[in-house]
Design a protein around this ligand. Structure first.
Ligand code: ADP
Ligand code: XUL
Length: 517
């Protein structure tokens, strides 16, 4: 039996999936939810609440503790000695700051102590800014000024200087804590941090996740000297190497053999970001498919054969772990905005779905720009939604109307913001925690006027990671795994309902007008 292990270190949880590459089935899955399972870290939604000035940070020791707990659960469920390769993915953009102890501590992990306790003294910054952080407007402006124009930044890096991206985050750290910055010997992304720990050596960053830093030259797929200079000093020494997705980092560290029963000589494949991993897990790594992921954030992405940049500002180009690139648009107001509406009216997901189903397409003209927190697509700094409709709706007295307005508003905005990709999808693949909600999936089909499908395996990030582990380590071929695991769930497809095209066309025009306000 040849098992492979895929890990997904996401915003709210760390999950894993073990595949049997011979009998082609999912052997087991497990997850640690940071809020529920690790309350001692004080991060109910995976980040430290009430950050100041738009800061959103998490404790990297929480990610390590979650990894240990996850492997403990897996070791009790399956014989990890059968695992022939490991790979994983991290929430994108989060950065981890390490001092000179890091290299030595990694190489000498003691299986009698947990990872968090042993690596605590390697942190040069106790917390990590994550992708929800929007505290770096000044730094984005400075980086843009140093390069001349936003277009110059995006031509090089694939994106405008973007608040949540790691480069502006690094600059803010350098400006505010120059001594701690000087003590920083290595800066990792969440993905490369965890890959380093698993391999027991300092891991490179892959081009999929590296492109989310405003530091990688997207044409050359190498660190860009001008962007590094504009960001902070000595980055050429502080950043790890950058490699393509088909790279092996090394072998699983002895710590994991002793503690969890893994075999010797298990390759660790370079990790990537959660979205690039999901692209692989959805079987959408080759161009022609569109994926919408409804996680903490909502993302819309597709594989592209060439670099195609968004000149209006909030779209991104990342590396595709299978080669070529990946165009992506991220919406901060994803699940957390839907939860805001759900909780405001005391609903559960069932009640939320019932409200959605009880209201007509077009919501009788009631429209919401569902920005309950600063939004990245478009860039708009709000803490309350923008409402357009009758008095009851605007006053927030109609629960069902709010639920539909929130979901319709999210996907109308998604349709508007992703026009720069010039895609005409024949079908949309839906993934992420909210994708199991049939009522939401129906709105996606109606707004995009396109067939929507879901896959039989729901955790596409961990699945994509396991598939990458298998194919890069030579355990199994990717096409064979895609055929077995990227199957659409029969009977769960949604077709656009007749008659909604015209309604949404008009609402789209209203939405575009409201957004220009
Ligand atoms: P992440 O990978 O960002 O941690 P997930 O893809 O695991 O996030 O999605 C988690 C989100 O899924 C939760 O925030 C929750 O709001 C949402 N969710 C879970 N079940 C449902 C449901 N039935 N309907 C709508 N949303 C749901
Ligand atoms: C993508 C983004 C988020 C994070 C967390 O640019 O910021 O999707 O990867 O999932």
């Amino acid at each position: 039996m040849s098992y492979v292990l895929g890990i997904d270190s996401s915003t709210q949880s760390c999950s894993a999936l073990v595949l049997d590459t011979e009998s082609l089935h999912v052997v087991t899955e497990a997850a640690i939810n940071y809020g529920q399972d690790l309350p001692e870290f004080g991060a109910p939604n995976g980040f430290i609440p009430n950050g100041k000035e738009g800061e959103v940070h998490a404790n990297p020791l929480m990610w390590l503790e979650a990894l240990d707990r996850l492997l403990t659960i897996l070791a009790a469920k399956v014989d990890l000695a059968k695992v022939r390769a490991v790979c994983g993915a991290g929430q994108q953009h989060g950065s981890v700051y390490l001092n000179a102890n890091w290299f030595e501590s990694l190489a000498s992990l003691n299986p009698r102590q947990g990872l968090a306790a042993q690596l605590k003294s390697s942190l040069s910054r106790p917390t990590s800014p994550i992708w929800m952080d929007h505290s770096t407007s000044a730094e984005c402006a400075e980086i843009t000024a140093a390069l001349g124009t936003s277009a110059a930044v995006s031509e090089r890096s694939g994106s405008f200087a973007t608040e949540r991206f790691s480069g502006p985050q690094i600059r803010r750290f350098y400006k505010r804590e120059p001594e701690a910055y000087a003590q920083t010997a290595r800066i990792h992304l969440v993905s490369s941090f965890l890959a380093s720990v698993l391999a027991g050596c300092d891991a490179p960053i892959d081009t999929g996740d590296g492109a989310g830093m405003n530091l990688l030259n997207i044409q050359r797929r190498a660190w860009d000297p001008l962007l590094m200079k504009a960001t902070a000093p000595d980055l050429d020494k502080k950043l790890p190497k950058v490699v393509r997705g088909n790279h092996r980092v090394g072998l699983l560290a002895p710590y994991f053999q002793a503690r969890y029963g893994f075999a010797k000589d298990v390759p660790v494949v370079v990790f990537t970001g959660d979205n690039p991993a999901s692209l692989v897990g959805m079987g959408a790594g080759h161009s022609g498919q569109v994926v919408i992921s409804l996680g903490t954030s909502d993302t819309f992405f597709a594989a592209m054969p060439a670099v195609h940049v968004d000149h209006s500002g909030s779209g991104h180009v990342f590396g595709n772990p299978l080669g070529g690139t990946l165009s992506l648009q991220c919406f901060t107001n994803g699940s957390l905005a839907r939860e805001k509406v759900r909780d405001r009216f005391g609903l559960d997901w069932q009640g939320f779905s019932a409200a959605l189903e009880s209201t007509p397409v077009g919501n009788k003209g009631r429209l919401m720009l569902p920005f309950f927190a600063p939004e990245t697509s478009p860039r708009i700094n709000r803490s309350e939604p923008i409402l357009d409709g009758d008095a009851d709706f605007v006053a927030g007295r109609d629960a069902a109307a709010w639920v539909r307005a929130c979901v319709e508003g999210q996907f109308l905005n998604m349709l508007l913001q992703t026009r720069w990709m010039h895609l005409k999808p024949k079908r949309i693949l839906l993934t992420g925690g909210a994708s199991r909600n049939d009522a939401i999936a129906q709105v996606v089909a109606d707004v995009f006027q396109c067939q929507v499908e879901r896959l039989t395996v729901s955790n596409s990030v961990a699945l994509g990671s396991a598939m990458r582990a298998a194919s890069v380590a030579g355990v199994a071929d990717l096409p064979k795994l895609e055929a077995a695991f990227c199957k659409v769930e029969s009977g769960k497809g949604c077709k656009p309902r007749p008659g909604c095209a015209e309604t949404y066309k008009l609402m789209l025009q209203r939405m575009a007008r409201l957004l220009r306000l």
